[in-house]
Design a protein around this ligand. Structure first.
Ligand SMILES: Nc1ncnc2c1ncn2[C@@H]1O[C@H](COP(=O)(O)OP(=O)(O)O)[C@@H](O)[C@H]1O
Ligand SMILES: [Mg+2]
Length: 292
């Protein structure tokens, strides 16, 4: 099957030169990463600080070129300079801080910048702006200044700006890190809708475990390498292993795990509250009957 993103033995080294000694030091941020992401899938990328997630994201978006190995975005080799705009158009990128991405003074202008830079004809720009604002449910704010929006709304405008470039894939690098819980939910819901309705491939980098629960697939990076890969249930049932990579599990999963350790007969990998309640119900009922 074709891949939307395909990394083969991908490496990225940051090279630093000490100004006084002229000595070079190398930090290997991505270390022989092999990863293939199916078109239309929703993949969550987890990993503690410094594990190489952002570096990988920038390679996917063509901001950084591979030091070694190959990276294909929708079949295009990202190291091919002539195709770099094709790569950036295909894989849109949303960063942590919406304030650094929004440049327009009015929401609709901001969303139009991307397609304008791509040389899209004016009439089509407006069509795209309308569609993009509609998709993130920000049409009502189109004439407003981005300064007056909440963090979640700003991030949705940033997503609309990416959407207006008609990407096949969106890479979001901790897009909710600066948002309050309401803003976080808005953004995650928006991203899931784009995946479901528009079939856009989503690569969501996050350190909120809850945000990975509804992904098709979860991958864990550590020290530049891919160390875990599976469904959310497969990944989050390995609590000890995740902890060894300095990662948590969703709160409900943690609680179920603690209960299991205390000898309560629950299945592994419980992700959601209602699942935990379902699993606990027969146990609690049994207890009550025994007590009567
Ligand atoms: N611009 C840079 N120059 C030098 N080293 C960097 C730079 N950016 C990141 N690094 C290093 O690369 C490694 C991976 O960083 P990063 O990709 O930002 O990880 P993550 O996003 O998972 O926190 C870390 O050791 C980090 O210190
Ligand atoms: Mg990062």
């Amino acid at each position: 099957m074709d891949s939307m993103i395909k990394a083969e033995e991908l490496v990225y080294d940051y090279v630093r030169r000490d100004e006084e000694t002229g000595e070079e030091s190398v930090i290997r941020a991505v270390d022989h990463l092999d990863l293939s992401i199916a078109p239309g899938s929703f993949v969550a990328v987890l990993g503690h600080n410094g594990s190489g997630k952002s570096t990988f994201a920038k390679e996917v978006n063509g901001i950084l070129m591979p030091t070694e190995g190959v990276l294909y975005v929708d079949g295009i080799d990202t190291s091919n300079e002539e195709q770099i705009w094709e790569v950036r158009k295909t894989a849109g990128m949303v960063f942590q801080n919406p304030d650094n991405q929004i440049i327009g003074n009015i929401v609709e202008e901001d969303v139009g910048f991307g397609p304008e830079n791509l040389g899209v004809p004016t009439e089509e720009i407006w069509e795209r702006v309308n569609q993009a604002l509609d998709a993130v449910e920000m049409t009502a704010y189109r004439k407003k200044s981005p300064n007056h929006l909440s963090g979640g709304q700003k991030q949705r405008v940033a997503i609309a700006g990416v959407l207006a470039m008609k990407p096949r894939c969106i890479v979001l690098d901790e897009p909710t890190a600066m948002l309050d819980p309401v803003g976080r939910r808005e953004v995650i819901r928006t991203v899931h809708e784009l995946n479901e309705k528009e079939k856009i491939t989503i690569l969501l980098i996050t350190h909120y475990m809850e945000e990975a629960i509804d992904a098709d697939r979860v991958v864990v990076m550590d020290d530049g390498k891919l160390v875990m890969d599976g469904t959310p249930r497969e990944i989050f049932s390995q609590v000890e292993k995740l902890k060894s990579y300095a990662l948590d599990v969703p709160q409900v999963t943690e609680l179920a795990w603690e209960l299991r350790k205390a000898g309560i007969g629950l299945p592994g990998g419980i992700l959601r509250r209602d699942e935990l309640i379902q699993a606990l119900m027969p146990l609690l009922k049994g207890d009550r009957e025994n007590g009567d």
